[in-house]
Design a protein. Structure first.
Length: 247
């Protein structure tokens, strides 16, 4: 661990390419009117520009976008009528573009959900690397978290007060406060950026708890199997064999 930290202090991570550690993160969250980008729309964006070395929030941005309906209102508490009030959301979107341009990578909790809305008008495409704080980061075991914790559980584990949920900027603030408290944030990010493959756990019915404890999901996305996107380093630590899944 000490050797890793020394390498980080010189601006390099310990892979073959000696890639630079990200300096700026854009912590991002969305609220949407449903789950399907083909039928629904993004109704709110929240983002925070975060400086890794100093563990500092540099800028915050949040805005609503007009929507006629919101089938997810019971969850995010965003009334369509509120989104249609006159406000400079286009300016907010331009500022979001500026924050995105500054960031080295985008961090989101359940990134696979958030990223699918970008590139659909009026949201820009995002070509920056993404890292998922739900799937890609292995949080310290001493926190006693589930393998895939909710934002709320993650915040509470780091003693971050939780006062609300399901608004975009609020969840970004929770994640920023968690990152501030991470002593080994650079290492967590380095490991989180490692290439991942979808793997199937080769476990019997009686061993299924091993797969569950390791963060594998049953029936998602492969029916009748325990699967997870996982790196080679994480595979070597598993107490059971895995095989590659080609979707």
């Amino acid at each position: 661990m000490q050797k890793e930290l020394e390498l980080f202090s010189n601006g390099f991570c310990i892979d073959e390419e000696a890639s630079s550690i990200p300096e700026f993160l854009l912590i991002l969250d969305t609220e949407t009117t449903g789950l399907d980008p083909c039928q629904h729309q993004c109704i709110e964006i929240g983002s925070i520009l975060f400086h890794v070395e100093s563990r500092s929030v540099l800028a915050q941005n949040s805005f609503l976008m007009p929507a006629l309906t919101n089938s997810a209102e019971v969850i995010n508490k965003i009334s369509p009528s509120i989104t249609q009030l006159e406000q400079p959301w286009e300016v907010g979107l331009k500022y979001f573009d500026a924050l995105l341009d500054k960031a080295d990578l985008v961090l989101a909790h359940n990134a696979s959900f958030d990223k699918q809305w970008f590139g659909i008008h009026p949201l820009p495409e995002i070509s920056k690397p993404w890292i998922c704080s739900l799937e890609d980061i292995c949080w310290p075991s001493e926190l006693g978290l589930k393998s895939k914790p909710s934002v709320k559980d993650l915040a509470l584990a780091y003693e971050v007060p939780v006062w609300s949920a399901h608004r975009a900027l609020t969840d970004c603030i929770y994640l920023a406060e968690v990152l501030k408290r991470c002593k080994d944030l650079e290492i967590l990010l380095m490991h989180g950026l490692e290439p991942r493959r979808l793997m199937k756990a080769e476990v019997s019915y009686d061993e299924r708890q091993l797969a569950k404890n390791a963060g594998f999901r049953w029936n998602d996305p492969v029916k009748g199997a325990w699967t997870r996107r996982i790196s080679e380093r994480e595979i070597r630590k598993l107490p059971f064999p895995v095989t590659n899944v080609d979707l």
